[in-house]
Design a protein around this ligand. Structure first.
Ligand SMILES: *Cc1c(COP(=O)(O)O)cnc(C)c1O
Length: 352
């Protein structure tokens, strides 16, 4: 038995797991359309956006949705700002390079928070968009979306937020924060299997997408929006995950999104409190509730800790890749975890 303290996939709720067990229904039916339309309505409610916003259900991991957002919104006539404080910010950079979109990268150090002056340095310079990860999962830094949204509103930038690892872990107010396009993925806070991603675009953003010629067949978002008007997708969707998403959205709406976020906040808080006195530091100026990044200051490297927790205790934390392999590991607080699970992890960390 393993216990996942990861950011995706994460521990799933038993009841939701059951929705993935049965035979799959055929999906070009009125019944399945009704289910998709309920998902659409529910997701808009969860991100706090108006009814007039558009939803695309993509069968792809989160990076597919990032690619869809970039290729549908920008082209060679644009000039975008990208905040890159780690691996997921760099992914936006790679996408802009690949699609020939002019861009400026605001590179932040590991753990560094986004401040108003980082953005203000680029005002009145003809930028047309800002690409931002709400939470840079690779290093565990949560960015100030409200401040960034205010900058985008003033500068008339299209504001694209990859909320993948922050959605349902931290408060998120799409319209109030002037976010034009939100990216979500199934395997993080939603605690579903990987394979499904969601794009929510406000009305103005959907109009911009409809007016742009798009250089992608599978990721033509306008086709997804048009199909969604009747509760359908242009291609075969991840039918099983949609059944689970439907149940999960309903469950969250019943509990209240604030309650779900509060639970994750309590979990993160409890874990961080229990770390006191251990040879671990938290190298981040601004934390999401989704995860705690940890730098070992004792005798073991991060990679050794990851391996020992896995092999000796069946507890899976997130290791880091590349340059951070030995210096950083991450403990996720999303998914179906309890304080008793945290206690197990703390005990294992103490025993190292
Ligand atoms: C997980 C994640 C993604 C998506 O990664 P995939 O492996 O493609 O699902 C994108 N952005 C952030 C911030 C993430 O945490």
């Amino acid at each position: 038995m393993q216990k996942l303290f990861c950011v995706g996939p994460v521990e799933m709720d038993r009841e939701i797991l059951q929705y993935g067990e049965g035979a799959l229904p055929y999906f070009r039916t009125e019944e399945f359309s009704a289910l998709n339309l309920e998902i659409e309505r529910g997701l808009k409610e969860l991100v706090y956006t108006k009814e007039t916003s558009k939803v695309a259900l993509l069968t792809a991991s989160g990076s597919g949705a990032m690619e869809a957002a970039v290729v549908n919104l920008f082209d060679a006539k644009d000039k975008v700002l990208i905040v890159a404080g780690g691996g997921f910010g760099e992914r936006f950079v790679q996408l802009c390079v690949m699609y020939g979109i002019a861009h400026t990268v605001i590179r932040l150090n590991q753990g560094q928070a986004l401040l108003p002056e980082h953005l203000e340095a680029y005002k009145n310079q003809g930028y047309t968009g800002l690409l931002l990860n709400a939470h840079e999962t690779s290093t565990g830094v949560y960015y100030d979306l409200k401040m960034a949204g205010e900058f985008c509103r003033r500068e008339k930038l299209v504001f694209v937020v990859d909320a993948i690892s922050s959605f349902l872990a931290d408060p998120y107010f799409m319209d109030e924060w002037h976010v034009d396009l939100t990216i979500i993925s199934s395997q993080k806070g939603l605690a579903l299997p990987p394979g499904l991603s969601v794009i929510v675009a406000n009305e103005g953003c959907a109009e911009r997408i409809a007016a742009m010629p798009v250089k992608s067949f599978y990721f033509d978002l306008n086709q997804y929006f048009i199909n969604m008007e009747r509760g359908q997708t242009p291609f075969t969707p991840a039918v099983g995950i949609l059944l689970q998403l439907h149940a999960r959205v309903k469950q969250i709406l019943e509990q209240g999104v604030a309650t779900v976020i509060h639970h994750t906040h309590e979990m993160a808080d409890d874990f961080r409190r229990q770390l006191q006195g251990m040879p671990l530091s938290i190298p981040s100026e601004s934390l999401s509730n989704a995860l705690t990044p940890l730098r070992p200051t004792g005798k073991h490297t991060a990679w050794e800790i990851f391996l020992r927790l896995k092999e000796e205790h069946g507890l899976i934390v997130c290791p880091s890749g590349g340059a951070c392999k030995d210096t950083l590991f991450r403990v996720g607080h999303i998914g179906c975890l309890t304080k008793a699970d945290h206690d197990l992890l703390i005990e294992a960390l103490r025993a190292l």
